[in-house]
Design a protein around this ligand. Structure first.
Ligand code: GDP
Ligand code: MG
Length: 296
Protein backbone atom coordinates (compact mmCIF):
# COMPACT_ATOMS: atom_id res chain seq x y z
CA UNK A 1 0.00 0.00 0.00
CA UNK A 2 1.09 3.56 -0.65
CA UNK A 3 2.34 5.34 2.43
CA UNK A 4 0.52 8.36 3.75
CA UNK A 5 3.16 10.44 5.42
CA UNK A 6 5.89 9.11 3.17
CA UNK A 7 8.74 8.65 5.60
CA UNK A 8 9.10 5.04 4.50
CA UNK A 9 11.17 6.44 1.68
CA UNK A 10 13.84 7.12 4.29
CA UNK A 11 15.62 3.87 3.50
CA UNK A 12 16.07 5.03 -0.08
CA UNK A 13 17.14 8.45 1.09
CA UNK A 14 19.71 6.97 3.42
CA UNK A 15 20.89 4.60 0.77
CA UNK A 16 21.30 7.40 -1.73
CA UNK A 17 23.30 9.48 0.74
CA UNK A 18 25.48 6.57 1.75
CA UNK A 19 26.13 5.48 -1.80
CA UNK A 20 27.08 8.99 -2.77
CA UNK A 21 29.44 9.35 0.15
CA UNK A 22 30.71 5.80 -0.17
CA UNK A 23 32.09 3.65 2.58
CA UNK A 24 35.38 3.96 4.30
CA UNK A 25 36.80 0.70 5.54
CA UNK A 26 40.12 0.54 7.36
CA UNK A 27 41.79 -2.83 7.75
CA UNK A 28 45.03 -3.46 9.54
CA UNK A 29 47.15 -6.55 9.12
CA UNK A 30 49.37 -7.64 11.98
CA UNK A 31 51.80 -10.53 12.21
CA UNK A 32 55.34 -11.64 11.65
CA UNK A 33 57.06 -10.84 8.39
CA UNK A 34 56.57 -13.50 5.75
CA UNK A 35 53.22 -14.83 6.94
CA UNK A 36 51.49 -13.65 3.79
CA UNK A 37 49.87 -10.41 4.91
CA UNK A 38 50.46 -8.47 1.73
CA UNK A 39 49.55 -11.48 -0.37
CA UNK A 40 46.24 -11.92 1.43
CA UNK A 41 45.32 -8.29 0.95
CA UNK A 42 45.98 -8.64 -2.76
CA UNK A 43 43.96 -11.83 -2.87
CA UNK A 44 41.06 -10.29 -1.00
CA UNK A 45 40.79 -7.18 -3.07
CA UNK A 46 41.80 -8.73 -6.35
CA UNK A 47 43.95 -6.00 -7.79
CA UNK A 48 47.54 -5.60 -6.77
CA UNK A 49 47.10 -3.09 -4.02
CA UNK A 50 50.39 -3.79 -2.34
CA UNK A 51 53.10 -5.82 -3.90
CA UNK A 52 54.49 -8.43 -1.61
CA UNK A 53 57.99 -6.98 -1.84
CA UNK A 54 56.62 -4.38 0.50
CA UNK A 55 56.69 -1.47 -1.89
CA UNK A 56 53.79 0.76 -1.12
CA UNK A 57 52.50 3.90 -2.66
CA UNK A 58 53.40 7.16 -0.96
CA UNK A 59 51.53 7.67 2.26
CA UNK A 60 48.17 9.33 1.96
CA UNK A 61 47.42 10.11 5.57
CA UNK A 62 49.77 11.74 8.04
CA UNK A 63 51.87 9.05 9.65
CA UNK A 64 52.87 8.90 13.29
CA UNK A 65 55.44 6.22 12.79
CA UNK A 66 57.68 5.27 9.95
CA UNK A 67 57.16 1.57 10.55
CA UNK A 68 53.50 1.44 9.73
CA UNK A 69 52.33 2.18 6.23
CA UNK A 70 48.87 2.92 4.97
CA UNK A 71 47.66 2.43 1.47
CA UNK A 72 44.45 3.86 0.17
CA UNK A 73 42.44 2.42 -2.64
CA UNK A 74 38.99 3.05 -4.02
CA UNK A 75 37.00 0.07 -5.21
CA UNK A 76 33.73 0.54 -7.06
CA UNK A 77 31.27 -2.31 -7.40
CA UNK A 78 27.83 -1.80 -8.92
CA UNK A 79 27.89 1.89 -8.16
CA UNK A 80 28.96 1.40 -4.56
CA UNK A 81 32.14 3.16 -3.68
CA UNK A 82 34.36 1.55 -1.07
CA UNK A 83 37.35 3.47 0.10
CA UNK A 84 39.68 0.89 1.44
CA UNK A 85 42.57 1.78 3.68
CA UNK A 86 45.04 -0.97 4.31
CA UNK A 87 47.44 -0.54 7.14
CA UNK A 88 50.40 -2.83 6.90
CA UNK A 89 52.54 -3.33 9.98
CA UNK A 90 55.84 -4.82 8.94
CA UNK A 91 58.25 -6.29 11.40
CA UNK A 92 56.16 -7.17 14.42
CA UNK A 93 57.66 -9.92 16.53
CA UNK A 94 60.61 -10.41 14.21
CA UNK A 95 63.28 -9.46 16.68
CA UNK A 96 65.07 -11.45 19.35
CA UNK A 97 63.77 -9.06 21.96
CA UNK A 98 60.16 -8.32 21.21
CA UNK A 99 59.41 -6.37 24.34
CA UNK A 100 57.15 -3.49 23.40
CA UNK A 101 57.08 -4.40 19.71
CA UNK A 102 53.32 -3.93 19.82
CA UNK A 103 53.50 -0.36 21.12
CA UNK A 104 53.64 1.37 17.73
CA UNK A 105 50.69 -0.71 16.51
CA UNK A 106 48.51 0.04 19.52
CA UNK A 107 49.61 3.66 19.41
CA UNK A 108 48.64 3.91 15.77
CA UNK A 109 45.15 2.63 16.54
CA UNK A 110 44.73 5.01 19.47
CA UNK A 111 46.09 7.92 17.45
CA UNK A 112 43.28 7.46 14.96
CA UNK A 113 40.74 7.54 17.77
CA UNK A 114 42.39 10.60 19.16
CA UNK A 115 42.37 12.36 15.79
CA UNK A 116 38.70 11.57 15.37
CA UNK A 117 37.88 12.87 18.84
CA UNK A 118 39.74 16.10 18.19
CA UNK A 119 37.76 16.65 15.01
CA UNK A 120 34.54 15.74 16.74
CA UNK A 121 35.16 18.28 19.46
CA UNK A 122 36.17 21.10 17.17
CA UNK A 123 34.29 20.61 13.93
CA UNK A 124 30.65 21.40 13.56
CA UNK A 125 28.93 18.35 14.93
CA UNK A 126 27.03 17.38 11.83
CA UNK A 127 29.91 17.78 9.43
CA UNK A 128 31.34 14.65 7.94
CA UNK A 129 34.51 13.59 9.70
CA UNK A 130 36.90 11.44 7.69
CA UNK A 131 37.25 8.16 9.49
CA UNK A 132 40.71 6.67 9.84
CA UNK A 133 39.82 4.48 12.81
CA UNK A 134 40.82 0.85 12.30
CA UNK A 135 37.67 -1.18 11.79
CA UNK A 136 39.28 -4.56 11.65
CA UNK A 137 42.63 -5.97 12.63
CA UNK A 138 43.52 -9.23 10.94
CA UNK A 139 45.93 -11.05 13.20
CA UNK A 140 48.13 -13.55 11.39
CA UNK A 141 49.01 -16.71 13.28
CA UNK A 142 52.03 -18.75 12.33
CA UNK A 143 50.81 -22.17 11.11
CA UNK A 144 52.99 -24.16 13.48
CA UNK A 145 50.21 -26.55 14.40
CA UNK A 146 51.28 -26.28 18.05
CA UNK A 147 50.29 -23.31 20.15
CA UNK A 148 50.39 -19.56 20.05
CA UNK A 149 53.62 -17.91 21.05
CA UNK A 150 53.55 -16.07 24.40
CA UNK A 151 54.13 -12.84 22.52
CA UNK A 152 51.04 -13.50 20.39
CA UNK A 153 48.94 -13.72 23.52
CA UNK A 154 50.34 -10.46 24.84
CA UNK A 155 49.79 -8.64 21.56
CA UNK A 156 46.31 -10.09 21.03
CA UNK A 157 45.33 -8.94 24.48
CA UNK A 158 46.55 -5.40 23.85
CA UNK A 159 44.89 -5.26 20.46
CA UNK A 160 41.55 -6.68 21.56
CA UNK A 161 41.21 -3.82 24.03
CA UNK A 162 41.26 -1.21 21.30
CA UNK A 163 40.15 -2.79 18.02
CA UNK A 164 38.07 -5.55 16.45
CA UNK A 165 40.50 -8.45 16.23
CA UNK A 166 39.97 -11.26 13.76
CA UNK A 167 42.57 -14.02 13.97
CA UNK A 168 43.59 -15.97 10.88
CA UNK A 169 45.85 -18.98 10.47
CA UNK A 170 48.33 -17.87 7.85
CA UNK A 171 49.47 -20.15 5.02
CA UNK A 172 47.11 -22.87 6.14
CA UNK A 173 48.08 -24.96 3.11
CA UNK A 174 50.98 -26.13 5.25
CA UNK A 175 48.57 -27.97 7.57
CA UNK A 176 46.43 -31.01 6.84
CA UNK A 177 42.72 -30.56 7.50
CA UNK A 178 43.08 -32.62 10.65
CA UNK A 179 46.02 -30.61 11.94
CA UNK A 180 44.14 -27.46 11.10
CA UNK A 181 41.13 -28.47 13.18
CA UNK A 182 43.22 -29.38 16.22
CA UNK A 183 45.27 -26.21 15.87
CA UNK A 184 42.11 -24.10 15.75
CA UNK A 185 40.69 -25.70 18.86
CA UNK A 186 43.93 -25.20 20.70
CA UNK A 187 44.14 -21.56 19.71
CA UNK A 188 40.56 -20.86 20.72
CA UNK A 189 41.11 -22.57 24.07
CA UNK A 190 44.21 -20.46 24.64
CA UNK A 191 42.39 -17.27 23.75
CA UNK A 192 39.56 -18.13 26.05
CA UNK A 193 41.90 -19.05 28.88
CA UNK A 194 43.59 -15.69 28.47
CA UNK A 195 40.25 -13.91 28.32
CA UNK A 196 40.90 -12.33 24.98
CA UNK A 197 37.68 -10.93 23.65
CA UNK A 198 37.44 -11.34 19.92
CA UNK A 199 35.07 -9.83 17.44
CA UNK A 200 32.13 -10.39 16.80
CA UNK A 201 30.32 -9.11 19.87
CA UNK A 202 26.69 -9.85 20.56
CA UNK A 203 25.11 -6.44 21.02
CA UNK A 204 21.62 -6.20 22.51
CA UNK A 205 20.16 -4.83 19.33
CA UNK A 206 21.05 -7.87 17.21
CA UNK A 207 18.20 -10.03 16.00
CA UNK A 208 18.05 -13.82 16.07
CA UNK A 209 19.47 -14.17 12.58
CA UNK A 210 22.44 -11.91 13.30
CA UNK A 211 23.16 -13.72 16.55
CA UNK A 212 23.23 -17.03 14.71
CA UNK A 213 25.51 -15.61 12.08
CA UNK A 214 27.90 -14.45 14.79
CA UNK A 215 27.80 -17.89 16.36
CA UNK A 216 28.74 -19.46 13.03
CA UNK A 217 31.65 -17.06 12.67
CA UNK A 218 32.88 -17.83 16.18
CA UNK A 219 32.74 -21.55 15.42
CA UNK A 220 34.98 -20.98 12.46
CA UNK A 221 37.63 -18.75 14.03
CA UNK A 222 40.46 -18.43 13.35
CA UNK A 223 39.92 -18.49 9.59
CA UNK A 224 42.43 -20.86 8.02
CA UNK A 225 43.48 -18.99 4.94
CA UNK A 226 45.65 -19.29 1.89
CA UNK A 227 46.59 -16.33 -0.23
CA UNK A 228 47.90 -16.10 -3.74
CA UNK A 229 48.59 -13.37 -6.22
CA UNK A 230 48.77 -15.82 -9.10
CA UNK A 231 46.36 -17.81 -11.13
CA UNK A 232 46.74 -21.53 -11.64
CA UNK A 233 44.73 -23.64 -14.07
CA UNK A 234 42.12 -25.93 -12.52
CA UNK A 235 39.85 -27.87 -14.88
CA UNK A 236 41.00 -25.67 -17.72
CA UNK A 237 40.06 -22.46 -15.91
CA UNK A 238 42.36 -19.96 -14.23
CA UNK A 239 41.76 -19.67 -10.49
CA UNK A 240 43.56 -17.92 -7.67
CA UNK A 241 45.78 -20.64 -6.33
CA UNK A 242 49.08 -22.13 -5.36
CA UNK A 243 50.91 -25.23 -6.40
CA UNK A 244 52.54 -27.21 -3.66
CA UNK A 245 53.91 -30.72 -3.11
CA UNK A 246 50.46 -32.21 -2.84
CA UNK A 247 48.87 -30.54 -5.77
CA UNK A 248 46.99 -27.37 -6.48
CA UNK A 249 45.30 -25.30 -3.81
CA UNK A 250 42.38 -23.32 -5.11
CA UNK A 251 42.15 -20.35 -2.78
CA UNK A 252 38.45 -19.93 -3.48
CA UNK A 253 37.54 -23.55 -2.87
CA UNK A 254 36.01 -24.01 0.60
CA UNK A 255 37.29 -27.56 0.69
CA UNK A 256 40.84 -26.27 0.51
CA UNK A 257 40.79 -23.29 2.83
CA UNK A 258 38.56 -20.70 4.44
CA UNK A 259 39.54 -17.72 2.36
CA UNK A 260 36.03 -17.41 0.94
CA UNK A 261 34.52 -17.42 4.42
CA UNK A 262 36.87 -14.67 5.49
CA UNK A 263 36.03 -12.62 2.41
CA UNK A 264 32.29 -13.07 2.89
CA UNK A 265 32.65 -12.14 6.52
CA UNK A 266 34.71 -9.03 5.82
CA UNK A 267 32.88 -7.65 2.83
CA UNK A 268 29.45 -9.27 2.59
CA UNK A 269 28.17 -9.85 6.11
CA UNK A 270 30.12 -7.83 8.67
CA UNK A 271 31.52 -4.76 6.95
CA UNK A 272 28.96 -2.40 8.40
CA UNK A 273 29.00 -4.06 11.81
CA UNK A 274 32.79 -3.83 11.99
CA UNK A 275 32.49 -0.11 11.31
CA UNK A 276 29.68 0.36 13.83
CA UNK A 277 31.32 -1.71 16.52
CA UNK A 278 34.47 0.35 16.14
CA UNK A 279 32.48 3.53 16.68
CA UNK A 280 30.17 2.27 19.38
CA UNK A 281 32.48 0.12 21.45
CA UNK A 282 36.16 0.78 20.84
CA UNK A 283 35.94 4.47 20.05
CA UNK A 284 33.36 5.10 22.77
CA UNK A 285 35.62 3.44 25.34
CA UNK A 286 38.51 5.59 24.21
CA UNK A 287 36.38 8.72 24.16
CA UNK A 288 34.91 8.33 27.61
CA UNK A 289 38.36 7.65 29.07
CA UNK A 290 39.74 10.76 27.42
CA UNK A 291 36.86 12.94 28.48
CA UNK A 292 37.06 11.66 32.05
CA UNK A 293 40.76 12.42 32.12
CA UNK A 294 40.03 15.95 30.95
CA UNK A 295 37.69 16.52 33.87
CA UNK A 296 40.22 15.45 36.48
P1 GDP B 1 54.17 -10.53 4.57
O1 GDP B 1 55.56 -10.24 4.97
O2 GDP B 1 53.38 -11.02 5.75
O3 GDP B 1 53.49 -9.40 3.89
O4 GDP B 1 54.21 -11.77 3.56
P2 GDP B 1 54.07 -11.76 1.96
O5 GDP B 1 52.68 -11.55 1.54
O6 GDP B 1 55.10 -10.87 1.40
O7 GDP B 1 54.39 -13.30 1.62
C1 GDP B 1 55.64 -13.90 1.94
C2 GDP B 1 55.84 -15.16 1.10
O8 GDP B 1 54.88 -16.16 1.44
C3 GDP B 1 55.67 -14.92 -0.39
O9 GDP B 1 56.64 -15.69 -1.07
C4 GDP B 1 54.28 -15.47 -0.69
O10 GDP B 1 54.15 -15.94 -2.01
C5 GDP B 1 54.16 -16.59 0.31
N1 GDP B 1 52.77 -16.84 0.70
C6 GDP B 1 51.81 -15.89 0.92
N2 GDP B 1 50.65 -16.47 1.26
C7 GDP B 1 50.86 -17.80 1.27
C8 GDP B 1 50.03 -18.93 1.55
O11 GDP B 1 48.84 -18.81 1.88
N3 GDP B 1 50.60 -20.16 1.47
C9 GDP B 1 51.92 -20.33 1.13
N4 GDP B 1 52.38 -21.58 1.06
N5 GDP B 1 52.71 -19.29 0.86
C10 GDP B 1 52.21 -18.04 0.93
MG1 MG C 1 54.18 -7.43 3.60
Amino acid sequence: AASYVGFDSITRQIEHKLLKRGFQFNVMVVGQTGLGKSTLINTLFASHLIDSKGRVEPDVAPRQTTEISALSHVIVENGVRLKLNIIDTPGYGDNVNNEGCWDPIVKYIKDQHSAYLRKELTAMRDRFIPDTRIHCCLFFINPTGHTLKPIDIVVLKKLAEVVNVVPVIAKSDSLTLEERLIFKQRIMAELQYNQIRLYPFDADELDEEELQLNERIRDMLPFAIVGSERNVIVDGKPVRGRKNRWGVINVEDERHCEFVYLRNFLTRTHLQDLIETTAQIHYETFRSKQLLALKE
